[in-house]
Ligand binder design. Structure first.
Ligand SMILES: Nc1ncnc2c1ncn2[C@@H]1O[C@H](COP(=O)(O)OP(=O)(O)OP(=O)(O)O)[C@@H](O)[C@H]1O
Ligand SMILES: [Mg+2]
Length: 260
């Protein structure tokens, strides 16, 4: 399924009712089975963008459309949230079954589907545990299993690994890529980590600081499957440098503005 984000803007109102422009004229496409990362400074509207693609929030202007056949009973999108967003009173099994309950179907089937994604995300044996009994990495796997279990056409991920330590993050990135190779979802992946974006993505959309505008869309010319050693390849380093140059100029502007 393709995602077409066309000239999308979002204006919030702050507590005093004054307009807060979060995104301005954002246009890009995510092709079917493509993994596109979005990077940009904090507060530039990344979560806002994902929420709009998820249909949780309407754009103030512009449009978001999906292109491609959607089998009946399947949602167009599912989200892995920036915070883990698990229900503490539900077990791992029940958290993963959550989205499936909305689509209906017999309980036995829901159970089996959830089990499959629990195994796929390496949570086998932890079905009866509650979120507080899990590590951060495991909680995030539950979030991923829950999103994958509903078999969405497009997987939306909002800084899914930002709360994890560096080693766990690296392992989770590798796992996510392995799952993606198997399931071939269209993925829109938000991160503020440039290395993570380049290592995971087919293309990286770079947003400016608020209001977020598209500064550049950088294609990543690295083969798949991605290997750790690729982080030393010129294609990797050049992409990181190109994105970093854009982000750095944004940070400099922000500093100058702050000093003025
Ligand atoms: N419900 C809301 N009402 C008013 N302003 C909001 C609301 N949600 C977000 N904003 C503002 O919109 C801007 C974009 O927020 P958003 O959460 O999308 O940024 P982000 O890029 O995801 O940031 P981060 O990297 O910190 O997660 C911010 O200035 C934020 O304060
Ligand atoms: Mg955010």
């Amino acid at each position: 399924m393709r995602v077409l984000v066309d000239d999308v803007s979002k204006v919030y109102a702050d507590r005093g009712g004054h307009p807060v422009e979060a995104l301005a004229g954002v246009t890009f496409t995510v092709e079917a089975e493509e993994l596109v990362a979005v990077v940009g400074p904090s507060g530039c509207g990344k979560s806002t963008l994902l929420n709009m693609v998820a249909g949780l929030l309407p754009p103030s202007a512009g449009s978001i459309a999906f292109e491609g056949a959607l089998p009946p009973g399947r949602p167009p999108t599912a989200m892995v949230f920036q915070e883990f967003a698990l229900f503490p009173w539900r077990t791992v099994q029940a958290n993963v079954e959550l989205g499936l309950e909305e689509t209906g179907g017999p309980a036995g089937e829901r159970h089996a589907v959830a089990r499959r994604f629990i195994d796929l995300t390496g949570l086998g044996g932890f079905e009866r545990k509650y979120p507080h009994q899990l590590s951060g990495g495991m909680r995030q796997r539950v979030g991923i299993a829950r999103a994958l279990a509903v078999d969405p056409a497009v997987l939306l991920m909002d800084e899914p690994f930002s709360a994890l330590d560096a080693q766990t993050r690296q392992l989770m990135q590798e796992e996510l890529l392995a799952i993606w190779e198997r399931t071939r979802k269209t993925i829109l992946y938000v991160t503020h980590n440039i290395h993570e974006a380049v290592w995971m993505a087919d293309r990286v959309v770079v947003l400016s600081r608020r209001p977020g505008r598209v500064l550049d869309i950088v294609p990543i010319e690295l083969k798949r499957p991605r290997m750790e050693a690729m982080a030393a390849e010129p294609a990797f380093l050049q992409a990181v440098e190109r994105i970093w140059a854009l982000i750095k100029s944004q940070a400099r502007e922000a500093l100058q503005e702050g000093a003025a």
